[in-house]
Design a protein around this ligand. Structure first.
Ligand SMILES: [Zn+2]
Ligand SMILES: [Zn+2]
Length: 188
C-alpha cells in the first residue's frame, strides 16, 4: 500500500535560452507529491506516518524553498552572486535560518547560505522530479513523485529499493542500530 503526502515549495527560476516568457526570471509555488510504498506495519496499521515523510523530505528540500534555482551556465548566476557579495549576504545573513544541510549531486548543488540551488539541467517540473528522486531515494521507499508548478505538471514512477525497518510503536524508520529515534524501541 502507499502513504502519500505533499509539500509546497516557493521558488524563483527561469529557463535560460528558452524562446518564451519563461526565459525571464519569475516565481512559482510548486507542489510536490511523494508516494511511499511498503507493507502496512501491522501494529500501527500504516505504511509510514505522512508527517515523518514530510520531515525527512523537508530537511533536504527546504533548500529549494524561497530559493533561486539557476542552471550552472546561466550568466545570471555570476551576476547575482556579485550583488550578494557586495551586499555582504553571499555567505549568509542572520535572517536566513531555513537552511537544510548543503548537498551536491550529479544534478544539483545547494548553497543554503544564500538560498541558491545550481542545477545541471533546466529546472522544469520534469527536472525537479529527477533532482528530488536523487536526493531522497535512499531515505524513503519512493514509488511515485508528482510535481506541479503553475500549469505544468510531471510525474514519474520508480521501483522501491530499500528495506526500511519501522518501529511497531510509532511507525517511523529505525536507525542503523535498530533503535527508534522517537520512542526508543529496540529491534530484537
Ligand atoms: Zn517557471
Ligand atoms: Zn517508535
Amino acid at each position: 500500500m502507499r502513504s502519500i503526502t505533499t509539500l509546497d515549495l516557493q521558488y524563483a527560476h527561469r529557463f535560460y535560452g528558452f524562446k518564451g516568457e519563461a526565459q525571464y526570471l519569475h516565481g512559482h509555488t510548486g507542489v510536490l507529491t511523494i508516494e511511499v510504498e511498503d507493507t502496512v506495519e501491522p501494529s500501527v496499521n500504516m505504511v509510514f506516518p505522512c508527517n515523518e515523510i514530510q520531515k525527512t523530505a523537508w530537511n533536504v528540500l527546504k533548500n529549494f524553498d524561497h530559493a533561486l534555482i539557476l542552471r550552472e551556465d546561466d550568466p545570471l548566476l555570476p551576476a547575482i552572486l556579485k550583488v550578494y557579495e557586495e551586499q555582504g549576504i553571499r555567505d549568509g545573513a542572520p535572517t536566513n535560518k531555513m537552511k537544510g544541510p548543503t548537498f551536491k549531486t550529479e544534478l544539483a548543488n545547494a548553497y543554503p547560505e544564500c538560498r541558491l540551488v545550481v542545477t545541471k539541467e533546466t529546472m522544469t517540473v520534469e527536472g525537479m522530479i529527477k533532482i528530488v528522486y536523487e536526493l531522497l531515494k535512499d531515505k524513503l521507499n519512493i514509488v511515485k513523485l508528482t510535481f506541479t508548478s503553475g500549469v505544468n505538471a510531471a510525474s514519474a514512477e520508480f521501483e522501491t529499493k530499500n528495506k526500511i525497518d519501522r518501529c511497531p510503536l510509532c511507525g517511523i524508520a529505525l536507525n542503523e542500530n535498530g533503535v527508534c529515534p522517537k520512542c526508543g524501541y529496540k529491534k530484537q
